[in-house]
Design a protein around this ligand. Structure first.
Ligand code: FAD
Length: 636
């Protein structure tokens, strides 16, 4: 293999999606020399694929909206398992972050009086998603990149080098974090990151006292997914191996509407905006089946008749919301059940129809990407007929355990923001809450990393040379094995195992089966073989990613076996109810002697002032008796 090149930074941000870019911008604005690394091309991240919008209680379309209502919706969506401080910061700060994006040049769709327009989405009481048609993520990434360039231009003027203080390393994959000391041992702390350049195979060492993980999700470990190739859970695995902890990895979101046909595109996302803008779900009998699936906890908030549901679009103050706009976990389970009961569409989904609800020019205006996606990939005209849709693995609520205010993990110098972090969304994320989460906590992580550095003064932690030599050897190992299996075969088996045995509906016996399969796969992955050389070799890249996929899959499966209840993105057929006792438990994953270890940790309680945002009757559906506020006594 080639020589290892060394770079030295104050802050290294791994990931150039919304969270990574916002963190990097903040670290640079705080005067820290910052590098941003991305496994894919710069600009290609899940954030750019985001369609529907970013949730923030600007109150532009309905002035009744405020951060307290956003907080309440987020907690309801997460089934009261969210980290309350994160949900509070997110609801409070999202409007400022959206306005800041506008100030940096983002062009959102407008209301008729010229303010940022906002659209309806599942679980949000008011129209709340700032959007740009169904291409919101593209505008967000464009704006953040433009801000990066703007800062680089300032640096060019000041230092004579645009990359003096902020440099992007695209197509650069990190395979391990570097520590001073041993992972998990007292006093160990971040010293940098180790990786390779995808195009050339050259190895890189980044020396840095602060590292921000912003690597996104884990969806590629499941066969049917909206996630693209990069999402092999690298950040989750890097954090575990460095001695950090992960929270509640059992909570995986299956978005209700992915494409189901043709097979080559199965899983590609159909944005929730289709339902937000009036699209309805029907089964093969033509029945609008979501009315049959409104759970008890949401009974008072959703319409019971089609008439009432339809009236909501024009007059939300006097109607209840359509049940198609229930949180995603509810809609996914309903679709899954309809298909299982034999009432599915020809290709194993259900029908989603917006053509009977909006004129075709309005569909083309509001949902241009969806129109092209279906026309080009499935030869379906969504302005003239229904789409076939079904659940697809979309998002992981579980992630790195962080301090809500600073994004600091348990390992000094290691921070995490965005999808790779845990706690914010509880057991189920509301649509639109990720894009705002990235901005709020990306910025906070940048600030957190900067203030950590200020506390260090001039001393810089250093990784041992022997560790770097070992990592170089591990990177080269797949080429040196004479025998060994094809990485794509192994990847496919991991995906099939997770899809079939730890998917949308889970059973203890099946999860145990999955864990046995993963154990066998671990031995086979240890002997994986790559062919060719290190120059732009996706087979080699995958052979390195497989270790992360396996580790993260094991964490998800073990946590799913542990939690004996059904809540949000975790449905156990053998424990179908929500349990108030389990709600108080965070399942925490750590790595001990190389094995995935679980322990229970109490969930932070809701502060009394935040608890007051809910009425006692609603709280009693989730909380244990001892957590409930005292019942009000009547005087008469
Ligand atoms: P990402 O944007 O996923 O970026 C991760 C970055 O990390 C990438 O640059 C990647 O290359 C890099 N990376 C990963 N591993 C490594 C490694 N080992 N080394 C170096 N770099 C690495 N949410 C909403 O709120 N609203 C929406 O409308 C919406 N629509 C969506 C539509 C689709 C199709 C999808 C897939 C998701 C959607 N989401 C939406 C979810 C949301 O887009 C993601 O949760 C969010 O963008 C994640 O942002 P992030 O910054 O955490 O990570």
């Amino acid at each position: 293999m080639s020589e290892t090149t060394r770079h030295s930074y104050d802050v290294v941000v791994i990931g150039a999606g919304g969270a990574g870019l916002r963190a990097a911008i903040e670290a640079r604005q705080q005067g820290k020399k910052t590098a941003v690394l991305s496994k894919s091309l710069f600009g290609k991240a899940h954030t750019v694929m985001a369609e529907g919008g970013a949730a923030a209680s600007l109150g532009n379309v309905n002035s009744s909206d405020n951060w307290q209502t956003h907080f309440r919706d987020t907690i309801r969506g997460g089934k009261f398992m969210n980290n309350p401080r994160m949900a509070e910061l997110h609801a409070e700060e999202s409007p400022q972050r959206i306005l800041e994006l506008e100030y940096w040049g983002a062009l959102f769709d407008r209301t008729s009086d010229g303010r940022i327009s906002q659209r309806n989405f599942g679980g949000h009481e008011y129209p709340r998603l700032a959007h740009v048609g169904d291409r919101t993520g593209l505008e967000m990434i464009r704006t953040l990149q433009q801000r990066v360039v703007q800062l680089q231009q300032l640096d060019a003027a000041e230092y004579g080098d645009p990359e003096a203080m902020l440099r992007v390393f695209s197509e650069t994959t990190v395979t391990e974090l570097l520590l001073e000391g041993e992972p998990g041992q007292e006093g160990s702390r971040i010293a940098g990151a180790f990786g390779y350049v995808r195009e050339t195979g050259d190895l890189l060492v980044f020396e840095a006292p602060a590292v921000v993980l912003a690597t996104g999700g884990i969806g590629r470990s499941f066969k049917v997914t909206s996630n693209s190739w990069e999402y092999t859970g690298d950040g989750h695995a890097l954090a575990l191996r460095a001695g950090a902890t992960l929270l509640n990895m059992e909570f995986v979101q299956f978005h209700p509407t992915g494409m189901v046909w043709p097979p080559s595109v199965k899983g590609i996302l159909v944005t929730e905006s289709v339902r937000g803008d009036g699209g309805v779900l029907r089964n093969s009998e033509g029945r609008r089946f979501m009315f049959d699936y409104v759970p008890e906890v949401f009974r008072d908030q959703y319409a019971v008749t089609e008439e009432e549901a339809d009236g909501w679009y024009a007059d939300p103050a006097n109607h209840h919301r359509p049940p198609e706009l229930l949180p995603r976990d509810e809609v996914s389970r309903a679709i899954n059940n309809e298909v299982k009961q034999g009432r599915g569409s020809p290709h194993g989904g259900v029908f989603l129809d917006v053509s009977t609800r909006l004129p075709s020019e309005e569909i083309m205006r509001r949902l241009p990407s969806m129109y092209h996606q279906f026309k080009e990939l499935a030869d379906v005209d969504i302005t003239a007929g229904p789409m076939e849709v079904g659940p697809t693995c979309h998002y992981v609520m579980g992630g790195v355990e962080v301090d809500p205010d600073t994004g600091a993990s348990k390992v000094p110098g290691l921070f995490a923001a965005g999808e790779v972090s845990g706690g914010m969304h509880g057991s189920n994320r509301l649509g639109g809450n990720s894009l705002s989460d990235l901005l709020v906590f990306g910025r906070r992580c940048g600030l957190g990393a900067a203030s950590y550095l200020d506390g260090l003064g001039d001393e810089r932690p250093a990784a041992e040379t022997a560790v770097i030599d070992r990592l170089s050897g591990e990177a080269a190992a797949p080429f040196e094995r004479e025998a060994g299996e094809n990485p794509y075969q192994l990847q496919q088996e991991i995906q099939q195992t997770m899809n079939d045995l730890v998917g949308i509906i889970r059973r203890g016996s099946e999860i145990k089966q999955a864990l046995e399969s993963l154990e066998k796969l671990r031995e086979r992955v240890a002997g994986v073989r790559a062919e060719g050389d290190t120059v732009y070799n996706p087979g080699w890249h995958l052979s390195l990613d497989l270790h992360n996929m396996l580790l993260v899959s094991e964490a998800v499966a073990k946590a799913a076996l542990e939690r004996e209840e059904s809540r949000g993105g975790h449905t156990r057929d053998d424990f179908p109810q929500m349990s108030a006792r389990w709600r108080r438990v965070n399942v925490v994953v750590s790595l001990q002697q190389g094995g995935v270890h679980l322990h229970h940790q109490p969930l932070d309680p809701l502060r009394p002032d935040l608890m007051e945002l809910f009425d006692r009757e609603e709280l009693s559906k989730y909380l244990t008796e001892e957590e409930l506020p005292p019942a009000e006594r009547s005087d008469g």
